[in-house]
Design a protein around this ligand. Structure first.
Ligand code: E4P
Length: 226
């Protein structure tokens, strides 16, 4: 499963990118607004880090504006996936962008039927927002299980990008259900590597290591002159 960060913070992205566990980044207008910087500058900087997949969202709601914004965003960098909302206009725009070779991440997906349509118009990613479903008393993970079954039934190659993740158990469940990608906030990704028993075990090993007799370190030879 690919792991994406759901953020527009270049600093957070750089930190995970340097560790080597990051496969991509998703942004949205709310995340970009938090940074207080020009949208295109942020997107360009993220792409320049070398992250292979960067989702940037259109804000137009009619087909011509979505197409104009989508084409513009796609030109910024080859890593761009244009994020388009799941509306009738978004479906139409996705079909056209796809025919021009522009990859689309269809966002704001809350039902299996919406996801079926996203696959039919050729979206590269579909983004079901599981946390927002949980927030209102529905089981978001049920949607992932339905999508996996539907996409497998018909061999759709649209990737299921599990979005609106709130905690590590969401990541675990998404992985068990066969989600292709999980996108999450920095804090959640950080927690994936943590366990109190790891910290305790490491502290104990280091303490015991102090009791092991140490041989004197070999002197470092001086550099030879030619
Ligand atoms: C996905 O691409 C969205 O940016 C995101 O996951 C939304 O998450 P939220 O419900 O925490 O805002």
């Amino acid at each position: 499963m690919k792991l994406f960060l759901d953020t527009a913070s270049v600093d957070e992205i750089r930190r995970m990118w340097e560790i080597g566990i990051l496969d991509g980044v998703t942004t949205n207008p709310s995340l970009v607004a938090k940074e207080g910087r020009l949208f295109e500058d942020v997107i360009r900087e993220i792409c320049d880090l070398g992250v292979p997949s960067v989702s940037a969202e259109v804000v137009g709601t009619d087909v011509p504006t979505m197409l104009e914004e989508g084409r513009h965003l796609a030109k910024i960098h080859p890593a761009i996936y244009v994020k388009v909302p799941m509306t009738p206009a978004g479906l139409r725009a996705t079909k056209t962008l796809r025919s021009e070779g522009i990859r689309v991440n269809m966002t704001l997906v809350f039902s299996a039927n919406q996801a079926l349509l996203a696959a039919k118009v050729g979206a590269s990613y579909v983004s079901p927002f599981i946390g927002r479903l949980d927030d209102q008393g529905q089981d978001g993970m049920e949607l992932i299980s339905d999508l996996r079954q539907i996409y497998d039934n018909y061999d759709f190659d649209t990737e299921i990008l599990v979005a609106s993740i709130r905690h590590p158990v969401h990541v675990l469940e998404a992985a068990k259900l066969g989600g292709d990608i999980a996108t999450m906030p920095f804090g959640v990704m950080e927690k994936l590597a943590q366990h109190p028993l790891t910290d305790l075990g490491l502290a104990r090993f280091l303490k015991d290591w102090e009791k092991v007799p140490k041989a004197p370190r070999a002197a470092i030879p001086a550099p030879r002159r030619s």
